[in-house]
Ligand binder design. Structure first.
Ligand SMILES: Nc1ncnc2c1ncn2[C@@H]1O[C@H](COP(=O)(O)OP(=O)(O)OP(=O)(O)O)[C@@H](O)[C@H]1O
Length: 325
């Protein structure tokens, strides 16, 4: 549905996008990630036909973004970071206006606007002025304007920025519900959002692709070690001896305050050895107060790929979150 080949953009002497290559299959939700200034917005603008590439090509549903930019714009719904909303219009009036400029025929407009309002939970606000809506509802109007002409491709730039937790969940569910019928590119800094919503990710840095794969594969290929943090009291020596002989233990780090200890055990692989570690602690005569298992996450992969300053082992791990499940 989307193909990007050798896509390049220069702003004077700045090479903002440098030879990008990736594809997005029909019905897929692709996470598009990169640190500030990586070239995400520039790429989106080229894909949506709003800015010509300096080199390379991109096609949307078979149409070239440069040569067929009108056909591309009709097939894309774009939610920029700041949606272009007319604050003095009603929700319904604005969506009618967008549908008309996107080429929806007069007879089709009312059903399309009703459909978009229904999908975005706006039906009851149809007569409200946009300026009187909360930020969350304005964001829904932004999504509704992106889907009102039923485009096969939807490109969303930071769709949940500034929303409260309840609105974030609603917008994420809406995005997920649009996949399948639509091909979606989701650009965001919120990595758990990508883990929860996307099938696959493209990570860019300095205008170049540094990784493209499913989240599971990226995480397991990057670092499949597991860390256990144990909070204990008692004499540590017998445990340290036992851990030295325990198969698969890569490293043991200890922080002690008198008889209270925090022991971090790093094991190779993802097999859960928590029960065995608990048994060792009991055999060593220690009291166990807390044990946390931590695995690498998309955030760790992102940091490894987009920073050169990750030096300490601890930075390669993060507490297990809902994004891991
Ligand atoms: N109009 C412009 N003129 C000159 N340089 C620009 C222009 N727009 C972007 N750039 C530069 O191109 C590079 C990529 O910018 P871009 O906005 O695409 O990155 P981004 O990944 O979207 O960043 P952010 O997450 O901060 O929005 C940056 O170095 C930026 O300074």
């Amino acid at each position: 549905m989307i193909t990007v080949e050798h896509l390049t953009k220069r702003y004077g002497s700045t090479l903002a996008v440098n030879d990008l290559n990736f594809t997005v299959a029909a019905g897929e939700i692709l996470g598009f990630l990169g640190p500030n200034g990586a070239g995400k917005t520039t790429t989106m603008r080229m894909l949506t036909g709003y800015m010509p590439p300096s080199g390379g090509t991109a096609t949307i549903a078979g149409f070239d973004v440069l040569e067929d930019s009108l056909a591309v714009r009709q097939r894309i719904g774009y939610l920029p970071e700041t949606p272009p909303l007319y604050r003095e219009m009603t929700v319904q009036g604005y969506l009618h206006f967008v549908a008309s400029i996107k080429g929806v025929s007069a007879g089709e407009r009312s059903p399309r606007v009703d459909w978009a309002m229904g999908r975005c939970g706006l039906s009851e606000r149809r007569h409200q002025l946009i300026r009187k809506l909360s930020k969350g509802f304005r964001q829904r109007v932004g999504i509704a304007q992106a889907i009102v002409h039923d485009p096969p491709v939807i490109i969303l730039d930071e769709p949940t920025v500034g929303l409260d937790p309840k609105q974030i969940i609603e917008v994420r569910n809406l995005i997920k519900s649009l996949a399948g019928d639509h091909t979606i590119i989701l650009s965001t800094h919120i990595l758990p959002e990508v883990s929860m919503t996307c099938n696959r990710v493209v990570i860019i840095q300095k205008g170049q692709v540094v990784a493209t794969d499913t989240i599971d594969r990226l995480v397991s290929q990057s670092d499949n070690r597991t860390q256990y943090e144990l909070k204990l009291t008692g004499n540590l020596e017998p445990l340290q001896t036992a851990l030295g002989q325990f198969p698969g233990v890569d490293a043991v780090q200890t922080q002690s305050d008198g008889d209270n200890h925090v022991v971090t055990v790093t094991t190779a692989g993802e097999t859960d050895v928590g029960p065995e570690l608990t048994a060792l602690v009991v055999q060593a005569g220690l009291k166990l107060y807390e044990m946390n298992r931590r695995r690498a996450t998309l955030e760790d992969v992102f940091l490894q790929l987009t920073t050169t300053e990750v030096t300490s082992e601890d930075e390669a791990f993060a507490p297990e979150t809902e994004a891991d499940s």
